[in-house]
Write a protein that binds this ligand. Structure first.
Ligand code: SAM
Ligand code: SF4
Ligand code: SF4
Length: 341
């Protein structure tokens, strides 16, 4: 089978290009929009070590995905830097033919300690989640009273190490919308790209309602009042953020408008949970158990490739487009901390 004959598109003619890999469901934060402290308490049944995909299993799966057209990987979680030896996984993934880009999404607290190894492993880019510059607001939002200090240090060190850095800021109405301008100000005139994310109805536990969403339009008009902006074309068709640049040359920002202006038509992403379930949409109810196929059914690489091809070929997900302003009532939606953002 030559490489090209294995490329696949789904029922809506979307190829598969990106794979987000969650390496743990645990986290040192308890962000209210993701893992509320009340529900993810000390007794929460997080996955056991033996339930997690091993690095070798992840590598085997990515090798087949690369044959289907996956070029970009994003390592996420939970908090991915809690997974021991993460740089070793990245080094292996970086060797896979066809993989052009490996990025990491992290809350940044453990970055200073691990940065050098991550850089040496072949990691190309880092997204750091930071929802406020004001220390009080940040401490409240992360649910663990952790200060911005280690996160800002991690961001600075990543930049000093020459890694491109983007910031992800989820904005919740009445909680941290006061931070839109201070954050824009903080990162303006730096190479860091600040991206605002509309609060999404992922999972069943974050109390989402449309009223708590600050929309792309609202975010842009707020920033425009202080720092005039103009839109910029996307870098590539499936880019999730809409880009804007400061008219005075102070750099660019992005907005990910999954709620008010969804982009399912260009969605080329699949997600692999830490325990090996493959999800073809952030809002899918059920994953395909790849760990079982590898561990119990001992699928050969070629059989696994055919299985993945089959799963993607049947995909027709477009949840955000169908949802509009009203959450669709789906029992047992998957939590963001489990599926990986
Ligand atoms: N712990 C890492 C972090 O926070 O960067 C990686 C995992 S986290 C689930 C990945 C991204 O998902 C973060 O940028 C986070 O802000 C975003 N996220 C989580 N819950 C969200 C929600 N309900 N709406 C929008 N974005 C969300
Ligand atoms: Fe943890 Fe990231 Fe979820 Fe916050 S968004 S609770 S840092 S996994
Ligand atoms: Fe992709 Fe599903 Fe999000 Fe639409 S809702 S952009 S299909 S992950």
């Amino acid at each position: 089978m030559n490489a090209n004959s294995t490329l696949v598109t789904d029922k809506l003619s979307r190829p598969i290009k990106d794979l987000r890999i969650s390496v743990t469901d645990q986290c040192n934060f308890r962000c209210s929009y993701c893992m509320t402290a009340e529900l993810f308490g000390p007794d929460f049944p997080f996955l056991q070590q033996k339930e997690l995909l091993s690095f070798d299993e992840i590598t085997q799966i990515v090798e087949q995905f690369a044959k289907l057209g996956v070029e970009k990987l994003r390592i996420t979680g939970g908090e991915p830097l809690l997974r021991k030896g993460l740089a070793n996984l990245i080094r292996e993934l970086n060797r896979i033919h066809g993989i052009k880009d490996i990025a990491l999404t992290t809350n940044g607290v453990f970055l200073p300690k691990q940065l050098q190894k991550l850089k040496e492993s072949g990691l190309k880019r880092i997204n750091v989640s930071l929802d406020a510059i004001d220390d009080h607001v940040f401490r409240r939002m992360n649910g663990r009273n952790i200060s911005t200090e280690p996160v800002l240090k991690g961001i600075k060190e990543a930049m000093d190490a020459g890694l491109p850095v983007k910031i992800n800021a989820v904005i919740k109405k009445g909680v941290n919308d006061s931070q839109i301008i201070p954050m824009a100000k903080y990162f303006k005139d730096t190479p860091v790209i600040l991206r605002f994310i509309e609060f999404m109805d992922v999972g069943n536990t974050n109390g989402w309602s449309y009223q708590s969403v600050v929309t792309k339009k609202e975010i842009i008009s707020e920033i425009n009042r202080f720092f005039p902006l103009e839109p910029v074309n996307k870098n590539y068709q499936s880019e999730v953020a809409d880009r804007y640049r400061y008219l005075d040359g102070g750099g660019e920002i992005g907005v990910i408008s999954s709620v008010s202006d969804s982009f399912c038509g260009n969605c080329t992403r699949a997600r692999l949970s830490a325990d090996g379930k493959l999800f073809t949409c952030l809002f899918a109810q059920k994953g395909h158990d790849l760990k079982k196929l590898l561990r119990n059914e001992k699928l050969s690489p070629k059989q696994l490739l055919m299985e993945l091809q089959n799963i993607w070929g049947k995909r027709s997900d477009r949840y955000s487009e169908e949802r509009g302003k009203n959450p669709i009532s789906i029992a047992d939606k998957i939590e963001m901390s489990y599926i990986g953002g």
